[in-house]
Design a protein around this ligand. Structure first.
Ligand code: FES
Ligand code: FES
Length: 162
């Protein structure tokens, strides 16, 4: 098969890489670019552990061809909290939100996207936002509690203005 060179902006750095037309994004990120936080779980779009942000939207990178992402901007967990932990990450730690951590990168990106779009999510909106990210360990409660807590400063500010 003919290889194609694609360019991606990953966590702020421009990277070029040769890919086969059939290469999926998760393989390229992990095997060719050394970005290891997105994991391969189900490899068919069910578990969410391969989640990355592509042009600001969460995508399951096991379902995206690398050539489809050409020219795109990707953020993975490695690109979150580079200036210190984000309030969301601190809340995850405070709530002991993760056990094995397999789901953590995907959940963090899904919650980051949610809080960017909706600074005051309801508990149901939080559940909906992370619904595609399977966690086998926690029962989700400490994850949802942390996301709710991370959104609290925005909630408080808005209430104070009223
Ligand atoms: Fe992509 Fe499970 S590995 S959704
Ligand atoms: Fe183990 Fe979520 S902490 S899968």
């Amino acid at each position: 098969m003919t290889k194609t060179t694609i360019t991606l902006k990953i966590n702020g750095a421009t990277r070029t890489v040769d890919v086969e037309p059939s290469d999926v994004l998760i393989e390229v990120l992990r095997d060719k670019l050394g970005i290891k936080s997105p994991k391969i779980g189900c490899d068919r779009g069910d578990c969410g552990t391969c989640t990355v942000l592509l042009n600001g939207q969460t995508v399951r990178s096991c379902l995206v061809l690398a050539v489809e992402a050409d020219g795109g901007e990707i953020v993975t967990l490695e690109g979150i909290g580079t200036d210190g932990l984000t309030p969301l990450q601190k809340a995850f730690i405070a709530h002991n939100s993760f056990q094995c951590g397999f789901c953590a990168p995907g959940v963090t990106l899904a919650a980051t996207e949610l809080l960017r779009k909706n600074a005051q999510p309801t508990r149901d909106e939080i559940k909906e936002a992370i619904a595609g990210n399977l966690c086998r360990c926690t029962g989700y409660t400490p994850i949802i509690d942390a996301i709710e807590d991370a959104a609290k400063p925005a909630n408080k500010k808005t209430k104070a203005k009223k």
